[in-house]
Design a protein around this ligand. Structure first.
Ligand code: B3K
Ligand code: ZN
Length: 876
């Protein structure tokens, strides 16, 4: 676990020309033969040895140009194979044979077994667990893969590229050969073998080529893959229409597996998915599941161009493929659904996950310069902030010029392993604009804080806006430079119309985008005939914290009149937050909590506005979360007071709006048979939001229990169960509903995950004992990442009052769990541990208890590099 520095990057001494792999699959002794053809790079040191990466490997044999290499001619450890004295100028062939044990691979990196299936995960550094190899993304080669396996157990033998052929291979065995003509880095290698069902379709590309589409799932689950297939075809079409990108193989395959460390993996032509992001039907999937499947199918497919055809030079450039591909999947979802509602969901997610990361001990730049464990850098900063940075380039340059820059990027770097600088240069060349200051977004960590104040001068008909920016200090970066911040804005008049200023001084304005480039700007808008209300950071044009002391009346005006729907939602949030923080303070001091009637009016007005789509209204009515309130309070947080204050506010809104909510609950029943489309999902969301408020107004479990009984789809069913469990945990109706749900879905692990997560997030100190009891349930499985995330992960990430209970027992529990999980699966352990990243913002007693738990982890022996890296950074 030593530190890797970007500054130390240099190309390899050897160029890998071809890779020829043969797998003889066996559950515990798989033999892997890798024939690698290299030549020394021109200009490279002619005496440099070839150094190949390994991870827990054992070498079976080693040949040079088909001759066995005597032991004294090389050195080998589980982590490296070093071969000196290789030819200076002619190509040579190294044949490495290793024996690996897929069954014993609990890390789920490299080749492993899940549900009787062989499958691989190689990003970032998993290929080195299969064979000794130059396992880095700038080594691109053409692969041929031969798979030999028992025929009955493994009728299906898959790898990247196009199928070459197959045949019998001795008694009871068969083989298949695959060839991938596109040079690729080892992290995109994949192999799948086993017995699976398949859903098939075809797609005709824009140049008229027919592509076979196959989604492999467990036998019997084929009908649940139909939505994923539909999403795949829409993704392929969209990438042609919007980015001009066509698919480039004869076949595109998706395989769903039940043990997977993350969402999915974009292996060339053979994506491997967590089955959670493939399988859906109305009985078992919520509207959120459908939206996630659509987004992740698209994301992995879009990687074919942004990630695979153009890959990363080194792992510091991870945002080059991830930030860009998240941006592309966001745009896709916006086009498939409601753009404003998708934007609200994106911003909620960014603020809930990335903002705390950027404000805490794990903060790092979108393009980091050092790491100890690359697996710990698949973060919301690299992904979601990386996407926001790409979005800002589009905002700054305008859509047309952005498109030109993207076209240039695809043209210039196709087939290459590129850098962030290469990417940015394409936009500079396409626009003629200098993006060097803008590039600070890649290099400076921390969420910029922009402070704004405005004043209107009726005599001169001018509006003056003062803006200041500050980027907070983050680990390793004390002082920051001012950033180039694109701030979209609107000046809204009393009648709701927008001002077109006759002149603007003090900052560049292009369209409605104000360019902040200095620490402070005083911007004057001329020709403003009456006092305007300002709407700032429309569409969340910049991922910043904004301090703008706007009156509740002005916020309500924006919430009612903005043409940008996202900004309306943002105004409602800004109106709610001070109420919620004050409520937390009052609750902490035992004072009565009161909700500003302006907020109640604005919410009820939005709730009842039939011109607004239901999905938007549901978002408008969903108050900032307890975590949002904690972030707004900043430090010295008491989760119990935050919870109590928020509950009191919800109750007051519910009581004031009981008639509105009752009417909505009746009106929003979607008609006809279930459809997962966005409009129907929006109706369900609004109906269930109304149901939540009614549970506060009526304060009985009756209505939720009736909804539970009547539900004909998983969205309504799980929503009703959540209300019962979270609002009335002790009610007999709740006990019965939980038992019914368990009985009905005990054979469907993905649905049982919902049951686990709902119970893990019941507010209050009793949650911990429930979680411990659920761990003993036969439906729980500590070895399956989805189960662990649903129970332990959800508890730590999403149950502030339960996890942060005052006696610290939640933290002590998590410390034990992390140490236990770490023995099997370090990546999963390190990920769940990040739930404690904001521990310093807790009130002092809890913060001390949290530190104790972290110290307990840090002191443990045999920690993985993954967990050690996270815990040490969190304690620094
Ligand atoms: N590229 C993969 C993530 C791999 C994570 C490795 N620890 C999935 C994705 O972002 O599409
Ligand atoms: Zn990705």
């Amino acid at each position: 676990g030593q530190v890797i520095n970007l500054a130390d990057y240099r190309p390899t001494d050897f160029v890998l020309e071809r890779v020829d792999l043969t797998f003889e699959l066996d559950p515990t002794e798989t033999k892997v033969e890798a024939r690698l053809i290299f030549h020394r790079r021109e200009g490279a040191d002619t005496t440099a040895p070839l150094v190949l990466d390994g991870d827990e490997l054992s070498l079976y044999s080693l040949l040079l140009d088909q001759n066995e290499l005597p032991a004294e001619k090389y050195t080998v450890t589980p982590e490296t194979l070093t071969i000196p004295d290789l030819p200076a100028s002619v190509p040579f062939e190294i044949t490495v044979t290793t024996i690996i044990n897929p069954e014993a691979n609990t890390q789920l990196m490299g080749l492993y077994r899940t549900g009787g299936i062989y499958c691989t995960q190689c990003e970032a550094e998993g290929f080195r667990r299969i064979t000794y190899f130059p396992d880095r993304p700038d080594v691109l080669a053409v692969y041929t893969v031969n798979i030999i396996a028992d025929k009955e157990a493994n009728p299906l033998l898959l790898s990247n590229g196009n199928f070459l052929g197959g045949a019998g291979y001795g008694p009871g065995k068969h083989f298949a050969a695959w060839f991938d003509p596109h040079p690729k880095p080892s992290y995109l290698f994949a192999l799948v073998a086993g017995d699976l069902g398949v859903v098939e379709d075809t797609f005709v590309t824009m140049s008229g080529r027919e592509v076979a589409l196959k989604i492999y799932v467990e036998h019997g689950k084929e009908p649940r893959a139909a939505y994923a297939m539909d999403a795949l075809k829409r993704s392929m079409k969209w990438d042609e229409d919007v980015f001009g990108r066509e698919y480039d193989l004869d076949i595109f395959m998706v395989v769903a597996v039940s043990d997977f460390n993350m969402g999915a993996m974009e292996n060339k032509g053979l994506n491997v998915f967590n089955d959670k992001y493939v399988l859906a039907d109305p009985e078992t999937a919520t509207d959120t599941d459908y939206a996630n499947i659509e987004a992740i199918i698209a994301h992995e497919y879009f990687h074919n161009w942004t990630g695979n055809r153009i890959t990363c030079r080194d792992w510091f450039q991870l945002c080059l493929k991830e930030g860009l591909t998240v941006f592309r999947d966001h745009e896709f979802s916006a086009d498939m659904r409601s753009r404003a509602v998708r934007r609200i969901a994106e911003v909620r997610h960014l603020k809930a996950e990335q903002f705390p990361e950027d404000a805490g001990p794990l903060a790092h730049p979108v393009r980091p310069t050092k790491y100890r464990e690359i697996n710990n850098f698949y973060t919301t900063t690299v992904y979601e902030k990386g996407s926001e940075v790409t979005r800002m380039i589009a905002t700054l340059l305008g859509r047309e010029t952005f498109k030109k820059g993207m076209d240039l990027y695809f043209e210039r770097h196709d087939g290459q392993a590129a850098t962030v600088e290469d990417f940015v240069t394409c936009f500079e060349d396409a626009s003629g604009r200098d993006l060097s200051q803008f590039s600070l977004w890649y290099h400076q960590a921390g969420t910029p804080l922009v402070t704004a104040s405005g004043s209107y001068d009726p005599a001169n008909a001018t509006f003056t806006l003062s803006l200041e920016q500050m980027v907070p200090a983050t680990p390793g970066q004390a002082a920051k430079e001012p950033m180039h911040i694109p701030l979209r804005l609107g000046l809204i008049l009393d009648n709701g119309s927008e001002v077109e200023p006759t002149a603007v001084t003090g900052a560049e304005l292009t369209g409605d985008v104000l360019h902040l480039t200095d620490r402070a700007h005083t911007v004057t808008f001329e020709g403003v005939s009456s006092r305007p209300v300002l709407s700032l950071n429309r569409d969340f044009s910049a991922p910043i914290n904004l301090h703008f002391n706007q009156s509740p009346a002005d916020l309500a005006h924006v919430a009612r009149h903005e043409t940008d729907l996202f900004a309306r939602w943002q105004a409602l949030t800004d109106l709610a937050l001070p109420n919620l923080t004050q409520a937390a303070r009052d609750a902490r001091e035992g004072k009565p909590v009161t909700c500003d009637p302006v907020l109640i009016d604005a919410l009820l007005w939005a709730a009842a506005d039939h011109n607004l789509e239901p999905a938007f209204r549901a978002q408008a009515l969903t108050l900032p979360s307890e975590a949002d309130i904690a972030r707004e309070l900043g430090n010295n947080n008491d989760p119990d007071a935050i919870h109590a204050g928020r509950q009191a506010i919800l109750t007051q809104i519910a009581q004031a709006g009981v008639e509105t909510f009752a009417a909505l609950y009746e009106a929003m029943l979607p008609s006809g048979t279930f459809s997962p489309d966005a409009a129907s999902a929006g109706k369900r969301a609004l109906r269930n939001t109304a149901l939540t408020y009614l549970s506060y107004a009526e304060n009985t479990p009756d209505r939720a229990a009736a909804a539970f009984a009547a539900a004909d789809n998983m969205t309504d069913l799980s929503y009703a169960l959540t209300i019962l469990a979270h609002r009335f945990p002790e009610a007999p109706e709740t006990t019965k509903a939980l038992a019914d749900f368990e009985q009905r879905f005990r054979d469907n692990a993905l649905v049982i995950d919902k049951w686990l997560a709902i119970q893990a997030t019941i507010p209050g100190a009793a949650a911990l004992d429930r979680v411990k009891e659920l761990q003993r349930s036969p439906l729980f499985n500590a070895k399956n990442p989805n189960r662990v995330r649903a129970l332990v992960g959800t508890f730590a990430f999403s149950n502030p009052t339960g996890f942060s209970r005052a006696d610290g027992a939640g933290y002590a529990f998590l410390a034990n769990e992390i140490l236990d999980i770490d023995k099997r699966n370090p990546q999963l352990a390190a990920r769940i541990l990040t739930a404690m990243r904001s521990w310093r913002l807790l009130e002092p007693v809890r913060a001390d208890l949290a530190r104790e738990a972290l110290l307990q982890i840090e002191r443990a022996s045999g920690l993985s590099t993954d967990v050690r890296d996270i815990v040490e950074r969190m304690l620094k």
